[in-house]
Design a protein around this ligand. Structure first.
Ligand code: IMP
Ligand code: MG
Length: 188
């Protein structure tokens, strides 16, 4: 799978191998285990990109917790942010008085994460923190605190391990940069 022709056709170069990602999850899992000891956080996965990271991360967390999902979208059909964030599909539980831990695949402008943090605080959460796999810090336009992250990345469009291009390529087992010609092909 990891070396299939289908993947080689679209990936320019690999950034994080499956082992790199596993190590990130172990390290973050240990930190979260320590920081959330004695609490029962509500772990909120940001659909759909965070699903792959969330399932590996939470299996490294030795903390009693509950799980929920939210789908908020700032991206239209393409890959450039529309600048507007909306709730596409909401949580199924109340966050009032809960310690909420948002799990996200990548933070780019910061708009989506800021929107989710503000929403949960407004709804009365006791605490709202986030654990992000990849932090595109150089692209930030909105100030938002990232309490935990796996790695910083530069300004490249990435796919795999949950990250998508036009809702495709999420199932690639590692994170790689998309070939510029693939972006051109679909956005012309
Ligand atoms: P933000 O609101 O600009 O921070 O965008 C965050 C969202 O954009 C993430 O949840 C991703 O879905 C998407 N995104 C940002 N950069 C990438 C990327 O390199 N590949 C795939 N999706 C991305
Ligand atoms: Mg996302």
């Amino acid at each position: 799978m990891a070396n299939s022709d289908n993947i080689n056709r679209i990936i320019d170069h690999k950034l994080f191998t499956e082992e790199d990602i596993h190590e990130m999850c172990v390290r973050l899992g240990e930190e979260l285990t320590e920081d959330y000891a004695g609490k029962k956080p509500l772990v909120v996965g940001a659909l759909k990109g965070a699903v792959y990271f969330l399932t590996d991360l939470t299996r490294q967390m030795d903390v009693e917790h509950q799980l929920d999902f939210i789908d908020v979208s700032s991206y239209g059909d393409g890959f450039e942010s529309t600048g507007k964030v909306k709730v596409v599909s909401d949580l199924s539980v109340d966050v009032k008085d809960r310690d909420v831990l948002i799990v996200e695949d990548v933070v780019d402008s910061g708009l989506t994460l800021k929107f989710m943090k503000d929403l949960f605080k407004k709804r009365g959460a006791k605490s709202v923190k986030c654990c992000v796999m990849l932090n595109k810090e150089a692209r930030r336009t909105t100030e938002v605190e990232i309490e935990y992250y796996g790695s910083k990345v530069g300004d490249e469009f990435l796919v795999g391990y949950g990250l998508d291009f036009l809702n495709m390529f999420r199932n690639i087992p590692y994170v790689g940069a998309l070939k510029p010609e693939i972006i051109e092909k679909y956005t012309k």
